[in-house]
Design a protein around this ligand. Structure first.
Ligand code: SF4
Length: 282
């Protein structure tokens, strides 16, 4: 891919490719694309210094809709690919994107270990509580009683995962939730996530109007967290557990040192351990 050299930083549109997204009208993933490109423009990151790695699913198509270097990888393996890229090219800003099914089902193992490994990656999970690309099956974040899928007409009867809670328990050092109905707010969160020197997890509530039309009501349910970002994992856990999953903002941030293979074992580990004294074991 060749990028024209310009004397000014690219604007948000220049981080987009010429491909027209084939997402359904109203899909929240459009807003994630806009938020990502706005965040990159705000940070004035040269396109050739950023890579976007994705898995499989509707949301994972996002890599093709940007003008960044990218890799549309295997189902659930985006984080493994991104970790390999970051290990080899620590100078790159590496973004990772995918859906709740990609990241928490077949990719669940990679998600847990990416959190605890704490490499300097930014992972955006577009969460619509459904497998959209394969026509609307229950995903790991689908409510147990959601019965609109033909495969689970009585609901899956399986409790959903809470992505933020899982990320916190597994060791992610930046955890946030945004909403595609507030793309500017999501872009601000992404700016902070990209600047965070460790594994940054951003859950983007991203409605699927095709298979979960009721999610269009999320705009009436989403609100900001009342409290500021916490650096105390126990406090962050309490906030996540007390919340209905509809509060947005940066939930948790810690300065535990990032891991970069080949450049020492993650910096000052002793200082990092002190910083997360009281780390969760739940
Ligand atoms: Fe978006 Fe749902 Fe359509 Fe997939 S099926 S593109 S998630 S609206």
């Amino acid at each position: 891919m060749e990028h024209a050299q310009t004397s000014r930083p690219p604007g948000p549109k220049e981080y987009k490719s010429d491909l027209k997204p084939i997402w359904c009208p109203g899909c929240g993933d459009f807003a994630v694309l806009n938020a990502v490109t706005k965040a990159l423009a705000f940070l004035e990151l040269p396109r050739e210094d950023v890579a976007l790695i994705t898995g499989i699913g509707c949301s994972s198509r996002i890599a093709a809709y940007t003008s960044l270097y990218g890799f549309h990888g295997l189902h659930g393996r985006a984080l493994a690919l991104a970790a390999g890229l970051k290990a080899a090219r620590k100078d790159l800003t590496v973004l990772v994107a995918g859906g709740d099914g990609d990241g928490l089902s077949i990719g669940g193992n990679h998600f847990i270990h990416a959190c605890r490994r704490n490499m300097d990656l930014t992972y955006v999970m577009m969460d619509n509580e459904v497998y959209g690309m394969t026509k609307g099956q229950a995903s790991p974040t689908t409510a147990a009683d959601w019965s609109q899928s033909k495969l689970t007409p009585q609901g899956s009867r399986i409790r959903p995962l809470r992505p933020a809670s899982l990320a916190l328990t597994a060791g992610a050092t930046f955890i946030a939730r945004g909403f595609t109905g507030d793309p500017n707010g999501l872009a601000k969160i992404l700016v902070e996530a990209i600047q965070h020197p460790g594994f940054a997890f951003v859950q983007a509530l991203s409605p699927c109007p095709t298979f979960r039309p009721e999610q269009m009501e999320w705009k009436h349910q989403v609100r900001g967290f009342e409290q500021e970002t916490s650096s105390d994992p126990m406090e962050a856990a309490r906030r996540i557990r007390a919340d209905d999953g509809m509060s947005t903002g940066i939930i948790y941030r810690s300065d535990y040192p990032a891991f970069q293979p080949g450049s020492g074992a993650g910096g000052d580990v002793a200082a990092g351990m002190a910083a997360i004294e009281g780390e969760l074991r739940i």
